[in-house]
Design a protein around this ligand. Structure first.
Ligand code: PLP
Length: 486
């Protein structure tokens, strides 16, 4: 029997040490929130540079806690893009908020196990309460509906597709087919790969000129598959594509799914939150008919990473899909009203994600979220109006759910498509090199375009105009050098 020996490390600090250490961390986070808008949103570093900074053998002996912390504050946290920066326009930014950051710190500090009722009834109840808020927002059935918080949108989509397959196919999914537009987020394809679907079981349906799935082509694909004896299993519709913010025809797709007995999944990871605004709610009409819906609070619900969410019309679908009854969990089974979220998804041990959502909404009120989201939608529309008036810019996809795509294409010059691609790629490259803004390209209709996702409520029209002025300056430089476009 090993004897307890006081000299054996318990990985502990004294109360004074913990306080000094903890206050320093809180001070650093507060300082970051205070100054983040003035920092550079972009970092670039090579593998070699990072290796030079960090590569070492695992240290057998410890180092002074403050020394390690100072090194991390100085070298680690500074070497990351500031995704909450007002000029961080690319991908889907993460505006975050301080209350949720602190809530996450509490959840980690208390190391809450948010897997089952017995271990953490209050954490579980808060997940039930906040999921119910979301069910109501999206007009999902309140009593029957259910959901679960996940690490992000990718995991929510994965959870949805496993659930859809279990409900519709049971164990044999060899003939099952999944449909989605070619603008659907890659996490859905990844999820299908993960759960063993073959490429031949996925139909990527072309979009119309407005980037919405072509309903005719979708119907034709379903009909063809039925004739071939295949099983149309699920349509994944978009409530805000990542590229253009486009919302597929949710009402039509909902009806089609009902008529064809097909699972209706909606990926609203980035766009779903827009239900809180008047314009968004109009665009998202029909979302309430989904069998499953992915939303991603670490995007437009302003939560820090990681937090995704899956909502379903019937909570039993989740427990039917994921419930396992190992003997070592039998004593904490509880009664059916006491939900064990480990039975509703993939993870057993789960962090207490509901806390940040709960605390931030309680603190700011939902109206603050509504205002922030409406502001961003209006900002993108205002930008579109301004760009249309300019002779330098061409709108490629109009402002939708705070996303807009455009390119430098001055009226008085007649560049070829190839030259325009090179020009816009080079503009983005130089913007990133100067680290003033994060503005990357995407490709739409074969054209290289600049894409802005303006979901940060601290981004102003002035910020955007400063970035566009810089883009124009770089465009002129490139034209003068005339190397990049030659
Ligand atoms: C529409 C859509 N779906 C899914 C995802 C994946 O979400 P996550 O990055 O949280 O896993 C994203 C991410 O940008 C997205 O925009």
């Amino acid at each position: 029997m090993p004897k307890h020996n006081k000299n054996i490390s318990q990985l502990k600090l004294s109360k004074d040490q913990m306080q000094a250490y903890g206050y320093k961390i809180v001070d650093a986070i507060v300082e970051h929130f205070e100054t983040q808008d003035t920092k550079s949103p972009v970092v670039t570093a090579t593998r070699e540079e990072m290796d030079n900074l960090f590569l070492e053998n695992v240290p057998e002996k410890g180092t002074d806690a403050h020394k390690v912390l100072d090194f991390v504050l100085e070298k680690v946290l500074s070497e990351s893009n500031v995704v909450s920066h007002p000029k961080s326009y690319s991908f889907v930014p993460g505006p975050s908020n301080f209350i949720s950051a602190m809530a996450d710190t509490l959840a980690t500090g208390f190391n809450i196990f948010s897997g089952g009722w017995a271990a953490s009834p209050a954490a579980t109840e808060l997940e039930i309460v906040t999921i119910n808020w979301l069910l109501k927002l999206f007009k999902f059935p309140n009593k029957k509906g259910g959901g679960i918080f996940t690490s992000g949108g990718s995991m929510a989509n994965l959870t949805a597709l496993v659930t859809a397959r279990r409900q519709k196919c049971g164990d044999d999914f060899s003939k099952a087919i999944i449909y989605m537009s070619n603008q659907t987020h890659s996490s859905n394809i990844k999820a299908l790969k993960t759960i063993g679907f073959k490429k031949e079981q996925v139909r990527l349906i072309p979009v119309d000129s407005d980037y919405k799935i072509s309903i005719n082509k979708l119907k034709n694909a379903i009909a063809r598959d039925r004739i071939e004896g295949l099983q149309p299993l699920c349509i994944i519709a978009n409530a805000g594509t990542t590229n253009t913010g486009t919302v597929d025809q949710l009402e039509d797709i909902g009806k089609l799914c009902k008529a064809e007995d097909i699972w209706f999944h909606v990926d609203g990871a980035y766009g779903g939150a827009a239900i809180l605004s008047e314009k968004g709610a109009k665009l998202l009409k029909g979302i309430q008919k989904a069998d499953s819906l992915t939303i991603d609070p670490h995007k437009w619900f302003f939560q820090p990473y990681e937090m995704g969410c899956l909502l379903v019309r019937n909570h039993k679908w989740l427990s039917n899909t994921f419930s396992e009854k190992p003997e070592y969990l039998r004593d904490i089974e509880g009664n059916p009203s006491e939900i064990n979220f480990y039975d509703h998804g993939i993870q057993l041990t789960r962090r207490f994600r509901a806390l940040k959502f709960y605390m931030s909404i309680k603190t700011f009120g939902l109206s603050a979220f509504r205002e922030a989201i409406s502001y961003s939608i209006d900002l993108a529309e205002q930008l579109e109006d301004d760009l249309r008036k300019s002779s330098d810019w061409e709108i490629i996809s109009h402002a939708t759910l705070a996303v807009i795509n455009f390119r430098y294409n001055p009226i008085h010059k007649s560049y070829s498509e190839k030259e325009l691609d090179r020009l816009n790629q080079e503009i983005s490259k130089r913007i990133i090199q100067c680290k003033e803004a994060l503005l990357v390209t995407t490709v739409l209709q074969g054209k290289v375009v600049l894409r802005m996702c303006l979901i940060n409520p601290r981004t102003t029209l002035n910020d955007v105009n400063e970035t566009l002025d810089m883009c124009l300056k770089f465009a002129k430089d490139i034209e003068d050098e005339s190397i990049a476009i030659a």
